[in-house]
Ligand binder design. Structure first.
Ligand SMILES: [Zn+2]
Ligand SMILES: [Zn+2]
Length: 137
């Protein structure tokens, strides 16, 4: 894999470059992620904010999480693609949403851990070689 990796949202208004591999990659099966991804689960790459450059004006939406932290979501105002999440108390850590990456079919950032498997839809099968946790980390 060569860095930087460039990606855009669906409409192209937002783009980013990721300069280093993520710290970790998770697949989350919780019902919130099912809503946000409009899919059975969402894939998130935990990255350091200094390793990513974003271009374009993002909109923000915030919600409280079960742990009591604020989860802030950045998304494209044009097409609505979710770009990343972060905790405003810890903005150096970026939870990058991988959907918009422009690498079709590449084995890009395979999740090493699946979380909230207790809320997983029945027909999704988790590969045997990855970790699966019933709840969050
Ligand atoms: Zn867009
Ligand atoms: Zn989740």
């Amino acid at each position: 894999m060569t860095f930087p990796i460039k990606a855009t949202c669906q409409c192209g208004q937002i783009s980013y470059e990721l300069h280093k591999p993520p710290i970790a990659v998770f697949a989350c099966h919780c019902t919130e992620c099912q809503k946000l991804a409009t899919a059975p689960y969402s894939v998130t790459a935990l990255c350091s904010a200094e390793d990513i450059q974003f271009h374009g004006e993002l909109k923000e939406w915030r919600r409280g999480s079960d742990s009591g932290n604020i989860s802030a979501a950045k998304f494209c105002p044009g097409c609505g693609n979710r770009i990343y999440h972060y905790n405003p108390d810890n903005p150096s850590s970026i939870k990058l949403k991988l959907k918009p990456v422009d690498h079709v079919g590449a084995n890009l950032f395979e999740p090493s851990t699946h979380i909230w498997v207790s809320e997983k839809v029945e027909w999704v099968e988790i590969p045997k070689h990855v970790k699966a946790l019933p709840k969050g980390l």
